[in-house]
Design a protein around this ligand. Structure first.
Ligand code: PLP
Length: 403
């Protein structure tokens, strides 16, 4: 007799999000009364700006509490088109746009709409945890493309050219990058665009979700802006989660070729329908209202980055470059491997390092292996300076005792 609740085969192709796992573990320890500094999560610690919250309240009071168009309401899609024109310098019609429950669902829709078994998704390493699992869930094969600390964790044109195969359906570009904070300059994107022009069968996912957290002024660039001829096969993905501290509102958007967007809308229509109407009104206020929050937040992230990098550089066995964007420090813990903690536990891997650091020093990070990069750990500095100082002291004391 067959097991009534047996899992579908595709379930085996995905693993739970390691970031969530670490956040939950830290929360459990905190609930049990342990003093844990959690720097595992990937979300701004700021409140959503007041005028955005107010727009949501007013939308509810006006009765904007019904389904909207499945692809998102037109005023929001028009506001996104305007954002792309004014901020990123490229044209995109509101009708070639989808609004989803976070950038995450935009990407999931895109993969579902295009991938078949045998297709490959080329993903530079280190990568955001969800790309490979999303590709696998569609029956496709995630193919990793190694980068090195020497190249600033960025792919070089010749390496890209060598990695593309006739099966490559998508290349993923994530700048600023989670977890490394790497930001591609316009010139670096130009180099990649030249390779891509020679490979007309490859689509590109440009995940720009950390666009506004770039520390060098004017450094952000996106592929379609650099090479408009690629617009017919680039999906530009962005959203309000990180820029406006709106992770819980779940609004992301994507703009791309009409046929792709049409298929994505079809899939979303049968899965979740429109994203939350109230959140869409809030996102509209975010995009069209005052933008000063973005600069204020960026300045704070910059201060925190410098604090964290300074602390890590003063910590034995750890190494860390100063990230150019996002709110993560990607730290090499290679120097700690093979050593033992004060209580005699061997640190054989980044996973061990993270586990022992949490148990013995009360700081939660995420192991680099979760991002395809063993020997590293990711620290999120979207936390108060006080918490960061405390974590820095604990990490340093923990490392200083390693034998
Ligand atoms: N892309 C990257 C690189 C991310 O780090 C995240 C969130 O952590 C997302 C996409 C998803 O963002 P959203 O909250 O809009 O779904």
């Amino acid at each position: 007799m067959s097991e009534p609740t047996r899992s579908a085969l595709r379930v085996a192709s995905v693993s739970p999000s390691r970031t969530y796992e670490m956040m939950e573990l830290a929360a459990q320890l905190q609930a049990a009364g342990r003093d844990v500094v959690s720097l595992a999560g990937g979300e701004p610690d700021f409140a959503t700006p007041q005028h955005i919250q107010q727009a949501a309240i007013e939308a509810m009071a006006r009765g904007e509490t019904r389904y909207t168009a499945g692809a998102g309401m037109r005023p929001l899609r028009e506001a996104v088109a305007m954002k792309f024109r004014q901020e990123n310098g490229f044209e995109c019609s509101w009708s070639d746009m989808i609004v989803s429950n976070g950038a995450k669902q935009v990407i999931a829709n895109a993969f579902l709409a295009t991938l078949d078994p045998g297709d490959e998704v080329l993903i530079p390493v280190p990568y955001w945890v969800s790309y490979p699992d999303m590709a696998s869930l569609c029956g496709a094969t995630p193919v990793t493309l190694p980068t090195s600390a020497r190249s600033g964790f960025k792919i070089l044109p010749q390496r890209l050219a060598a990695a593309l195969t006739p099966r490559t359906r998508w290349l993923v570009i994530n700048s600023p990058c989670n977890p490394t904070g790497a930001v591609y300059s316009a010139a670096e994107l130009r180099g990649l665009a030249d390779v891509l022009l020679d490979h007309p069968g490859v689509m590109v996912l440009s995940d720009d979700i950390y666009e506004h957290i770039v520390f060098a002024p004017g450094e952000f660039a996106t592929l379609v802006q650099i090479e408009p001829r690629l617009a017919e096969r680039v999906l530009t993905v962005n959203g309000v989660s990180k820029s406006y501290a709106m992770t819980g509102w779940r609004i992301g958007y994507g703009c791309g070729p009409s046929s792709l967007i049409r298929d994505m809308i079809k899939i979303q229509g049968q899965q979740t329908s429109s994203p939350c109407s109230i959140s869409q009104w809030a996102a509209l206020a975010a995009l069209t209202g005052p933008q000063d929050f973005i600069d204020t937040a960026r300045r704070q992230y910059l201060e925190r980055r410098d604090l964290v990098v300074g602390q890590i550089r003063a910590t034995p066995h750890l190494l860390c470059d100063s990230p150019a964007g996002a709110f993560y420090a990607f730290i090499s813990c290679e120097g700690a491997l093979g050593r033992r903690t004060a209580s005699g536990d061997l640190i054989a891997s980044d996973e061990d390092f993270v586990r022992r650091l949490l148990e013995q020093a009360g700081v939660a990070l995420v192991p680099g292996s979760a991002f395809g990069a063993p020997g590293y750990v990711r620290l999120s500095y979207a936390a108060s300076t006080e918490q960061l100082r405390k974590a820095g002291r604990r990490i340093r004391a923990f490392c200083a005792e390693l034998q």
